[in-house]
Design a protein around this ligand. Sequence first.
Ligand code: BTN
Length: 271
Amino acid sequence: MNLELPLHFDTERVEQALREILPNLGVLWVPESGSTNRDLMKMAETGAPNWTVLVSGRQTEGRGRRSRRWVSPEGGLYTSVLVNLRASQSPITLVPLAVGLALSEALVLEARKHGSTIHIWLKWPNDLLTDRGKLAGILCETAFQKDTWLVVAGVGLNVEPVRDRSGDLPTSNQPTSLREEADAPWEHEDILIAFLERLAKRLEDWEKDPDIIRSAWTATSGLIGKQIRVRAGADPIVGIAEGISDIGALRIRTEEGLVEINAAEGIEVHE
Ligand code: BTN
């Protein structure tokens, strides 16, 4: 797709809007990056402060989970957020779920603000799906320094329709986009503001009581109670998605008993 979109992003608007809740927020925009996750992790390791956010107009080597590519043409929102989380009682493995939850809540609220609706469900661990396909993917990468987790939470969100996502395959979900899903202006700055606001709230919850994240994630997931088939290792796991564990692993009730998975190559959902 060769969209002639003006490559511009108003970083100040985002910082201003969130001045009260995130006074140290620093938003950087570049027209092009290899991968915002990779660039921001490098910055984090050389001292970039908490709540540094990198946004790129497009990516040339966008990365997805499980070493997949994330095709990143103009028109999508590609952003990575650095959060420094003190090692606490709450499992760090729940943070990627909290990020997916925050993004889905932000999009629902943004649509509502403009009198529109969008129905999003979370596919474990943190894909955002609608009934038509995959709307967004999240890649969280971590490093540990002294007593602190450096978490780079990368979001790839299809704002405009994506014609060719074949480079990302294998995936069981076709891409969809905000523009196709709901009638709203969908400005990148507004989306980022809403996302960061929800993310700050959900990370606060994570720190206070991880059960809040578990139950909100479960309520937003379209997986729980469904028959699923998971590709993980040699043999597929077939069963009913029952919930998530304390650390965010997916619990599946199979004929042989309860199985917990921490990673999957793909999940198919059967009604
Ligand atoms: C997935 O669903 O596999 C995760 C996709 C994550 C893509 C985003 S785009 C911004 C950030 N930078 C990257 O290289 N990847 C993430």
